[in-house]
Write a protein that binds this ligand. Sequence first.
Ligand code: PLP
Length: 421
Amino acid sequence: MDVPLNAYEAWFPKEVLENVKMLQIGAPGSHSLRDVAAIIKATTAEKFATEDRPEEVFQYHNKKGDPVLIEQLSMYLTKDIYRAPVNSDDVIINNGSSAGVWNLMERLLSPGDTVFIEDPSYKTFFPCVKKSKYNLVGVSMDEGGIKIDMLEEKLKKLQMRTPTEKQPFTAIVYLIPVFHNPTTRSMSEERKRDMVMLARKYDLLIVADDVYNTLCYKSPESDDPKTARAPKRLLAYDEKSDPGYKGNVVSCGSFSKCMAPGLRLGWYELPTRVREIYLDHYIIRSGSGKNPYVGSLVGVALKMGLVQKHVKKTRVAYSEKMKAAHSIIMSQVGKLGVKCDLPEGGMFLWVQLPESVTAEEILEVSKDSVRFLLGHTTSPSGSFKNCLRIGIDFYEIEEFLEGIASLCGYIIRVINSTNGP
Ligand SMILES: Cc1ncc(COP(=O)(O)O)c(C=O)c1O
C-alpha cells in the first residue's frame, strides 16, 4: 500500500487526486514547496557551517522562541510587509495560527464562554468551536467586514463572564480582517477603528487571524505584487499611546501560506497582559519556546534574504494566477450573473452564483472532474449556498486554469438548465 506523504493523500483516494482538479484545497502546491525545501537545505548547511555552537538550538529554548527569528521577522514585517513598526518585544513564535488561536482560547476562556466569529468564516475553525466547550456566535459581514452594530446587539443580550486578573476578557472575537477566508475582503479602516473601540468598551479580546497578510498583490501605492504593502493590521489600531489603551487585540501570523504549512511555524504579536498570561503556563514553563530548530532555520533564511525572495516570487505567481482565473470566470460566466471580485491578496477566489443556483448543484455534476469548497460550509448559519471558494496554488498555472475553464463549463450547463430552454 502506498504510504500517504501529506494530508491530501491521506484524505482523498489516489484516483480522485489523479483525475479530479481539487480546487477546494487552500495550500501551496508541490511546485511552491520545492522552493522551500531548497531554502531549508541551504539554511541548514549555512547554520552548521557558520555558527559557533549550533548544537545549542537543540537545548530547551528561549520561552518566546528563537531570538534571531524574532529579530529578523520583526524587521521583515516592519520594512517589507506592513511598512509600520512591529515591536520585537511583542513577538512570540508559535506552531502556526491554528495552534496559536486555540491556545489563547484555552488560556483566556472558561467552558461556556463565548467566541464570536464572522459569518462566513474559516471553515475548519468554527465547527471545532461549535463542538467544543465554548459558545459560538456568528455575526454577519458586509463589504467593510463584521457588522459592529449587530455584534453589539448580541453582546448586550449575552450573559458575559466577569473579567479576572487571569482571564481579563469577557469573550473572544475571532476575525480574519485581512484577505478574509473565504470572501477575500479586507476590513475597512473605519470598521477596524470601531472594532477596537467596541473591544475596549466590552473587555473583548480580538484574535486577528492574520495568516494571509504577507500575500499582498496590490496596495494604494503599488500595483506590483513585489512591492505592494499589506493592509494595516487590526492590532495597529489598538494604539499603545491611546488614553484608553489596555491591549485588546492579538495578531496571529503564519509561515504556512507564504512558505510551507509543514514548517508548523507562526507568530503572535501579543499585548503585555496577554503575553504574561501566555508565557506563565506549564507548556511554556516546562517545555519552553515553540519549534526552536525550524524557527532557527527560518531565522537564518530571513538573514540570508531567502524568505523575502521566496515571498516576492510567491506573490507574483499567486497574483498572476488570480488575474488569469478571474478573467476566465468573468469572460465565461460573468454575463450569466456570476460575480467574483479580483482579490488584492490571499490565496482564494470567492465566486457568487446567481441566487437561483446553488454551488451544490454545480458540484453534483462537476465532482468527477473539478471540485471546490461549498460556500455554506463556511457559514455558521448555513448561508452562502450560492457561493463557492477556489484555492489558487495547489496546481501549477496551466493545470489550475484548465480546472477553472472546466468549472465554468459546468456553471454554464447548470445555469442554462435552471433557466430552461
Ligand atoms: C483563516 C485561516 N487560519 C488558519 C489557517 C491554518 O493556519 P496554520 O497553518 O498557520 O495553522 C488557515 C488555513 O487554511 C486559514 O485559512
